[in-house]
Design a protein. Structure first.
Lengths: 205, 205, 205, 205
DNA sequence: GCGTAACCGAGACGGTACGTCGGGTCTTCCG
DNA sequence: CGGAAGACCCGACGTACCGTCTCGGTTACGC
């Protein structure tokens, strides 16, 4: 973890009439540490301020509510991860599920953080909006996978790209929210195959 | 709604050294009403007690925490809903999505309540366990849809019934949690078709 | 202490349509024990009922409120103590202060209990009334000391007996309520002498 | 009463990172009013907070418990009252009893408040210590009455000044705690005379 | 000799208050 | 103007007792 301890540090002072990056760092660090240590419950603005040696108003100045902060912690961890073009849709989607969703959540705090964000979005309208916006942006990126396949002639042009991505993401969310990421990582290929080709041998009556 | 007003009722008394069903009813009623009126936020034990004209200790006596109460409210609404056999899997699944999940959540408080339960399950371990158990039970019922199709020869015997149901349920959860049930109800058929047959015209390279 | 343990005893049953002395004993025992163990604070009807293995209504049936119970505990300890006639008022009053008030309170739980009663009388009207009645009764007995002295010709017939007793009792209360019984027992004789003869050598201008 | 109504006032805001005197005033005012209106019972932190439009935490921030608050209310009322020198001990003591104790308690809330303080001192150790300290300070002032008389040659130098004051104060407490201040104010002179000269016509055997 | 009345234990009930925690706002002071 | 600090009001948390009530069972007394 790239978190440097700030507990015993000298209190940061203002650096004049502009945002102090050190404070923002300290706050995000503290938030991440808290999430790691005490989990979603017990993650409060108050606790973050205490640990970061920051004033609550400093937090509220830059993040309108707890959700925004949580989401920022999430984004911070979400290093830019490209969507490498494997040349075929199946492997693209497998990689998407594995490295951007399930595997990514499993391997870091991010699963925890994202669960927190989703939970808050059920309570808080602002959080819901923020999450929706974030979702839309992420999906629009993921949709390029499908568009690439269309360009290759792998799937027809009239394919509903968004729906396909929705199905993939929905599956990942479901597993995340039920704490079943481990099981999920076992069946990624099956899931992708099902979404691409449907039920093998399906014979409608 | 099957809720009869209890606000102006005479205060309930103890009926001796055992649980007073009227109180429990009033508490669950009040909880449901509150969820309907103010949503998940603002749904507090304190508010429930006020509206139900019940003492807080009476609530805590029977429900260890807010999650338990919320789950009880959900179960209360979840009337037994059958899975009518339409004779083909496609219509079965459409009916499942429409009447048991998306449409059901849209048409009542249940969507709201379920969102609350899922949110709390991210914070509270007990809630998570309760939700998992409930999920497992519901899914095991839904799986019979697939099994019926297997018996009809509609799908091969080796089809992973649970995965199919998981995909369907995942999609519904995703829409629920993002507050997109209305949009979801428009594309139920497309979703089912995709899950059954995959991407139409998919031509793997 | 004459308290026999009742915790592990078989629960007492009703003995028919009359007061069960065993229950009353157990309740008073439990109350006394609690006062001895946890002091005035933490002495609650609930705790008494638990320890005595009695139902709360059984307590409320026989004692209208906590104060009445406390007062009964006090009376229970207050074994009949006569006012032996020493033949002169000074020794009578010294004995009264020493054996009925200060020394008596010092040597047992009674000081504690009486402090509790007085404290409750400040809050509870019923308690105030009960205490007043008890006071009146006790004082009327003590007044006989003065009447005996009148009969002996030791003090004039027009002496205000009640006032003299009031002064003696007031002094004892004051010391009790400030937790200064130990110091008080040292100056009993001086107090009595002052009350009987006033300030020695007082020469009004 | 010097209490200005704050019920309908605009809610006080924070005045920055330091104690808001307006809040403290409002809280003490509310406490005094409550004591005046509903007496010692029903005087709760909760009720004070409600009436003062203050948060409970604000009260607990500055007063560790109810006793501390009650004592502050008492001190607030205890305006500096001098001990005018009448030139003779009898009138000095009568004035002391009448204006500093019995009459003072009768004429204001102070009797009520002081009863509350004494009651709480029986339960709470901190309150007991505070009361003792207050008592000691008050008595040390009152003792000057006797010292003045000594200087005048009215009483011998070896007179136990503290004991005389104790007797006077004890009598006042006793009447206060039994709610007999009205009766007490009738017999102030008799009490003082008895303390000064003893039982008139006392003839020890 | 049998109903009935009062007692007993138990414990749930609606309440009130407790003392604590956190949310989000505000203001002061310093840089 | 930014940032630390911390007080402010508010409201919810979960707990402890209060005094009342009803229950099922038991026993003694009176008809």
């Amino acid at each position: 973890m790239t978190i440097d301890e700030t507990d015993s540090a000298e209190a940061r002072r203002s650096i004049g009439a502009r945002r102090n990056p050190a404070s923002q760092e300290a706050i995000l660090d503290a938030a991440a540490e808290l999430l790691a240590e005490v989990g979603i419950a017990g993650f409060s603005i108050e606790a973050v301020a205490r640990r970061a040696r920051a004033g609550k108003p400093t937090i509220y100045r830059w993040w309108p509510n707890r959700t925004a902060l949580t989401l920022d912690v999430y984004k911070r961890f979400k290093t830019a991860r490209a969507f490498p073009d494997t040349g075929n849709l199946r492997d693209d989607l497998i990689g998407f599920l594995d490295r951007q969703l399930i595997g990514f959540w499993r391997g870091s705090l991010c699963g925890l953080v994202y669960r927190a964000v989703i939970a808050e979005a059920q309570t808080d309208d602002g959080a819901a909006a923020a999450l929706l916006a974030y979702q839309a942006e992420r999906k629009s990126v993921a949709v390029t996978l499908i568009e690439r396949a269309k360009a290759r002639g792998e799937v027809p042009a009239e394919t509903d790209s968004v729906l396909i991505i929705d199905l993939v993401v929905s599956y990942a969310w479901h597993r995340l929210l039920l704490g079943q990421l481990d099981a999920a990582s076992q069946e990624i290929e099956t899931v992708v195959d099902t979404i691409l080709r449907g039920i093998k041998g399906y014979r409608p009556l």
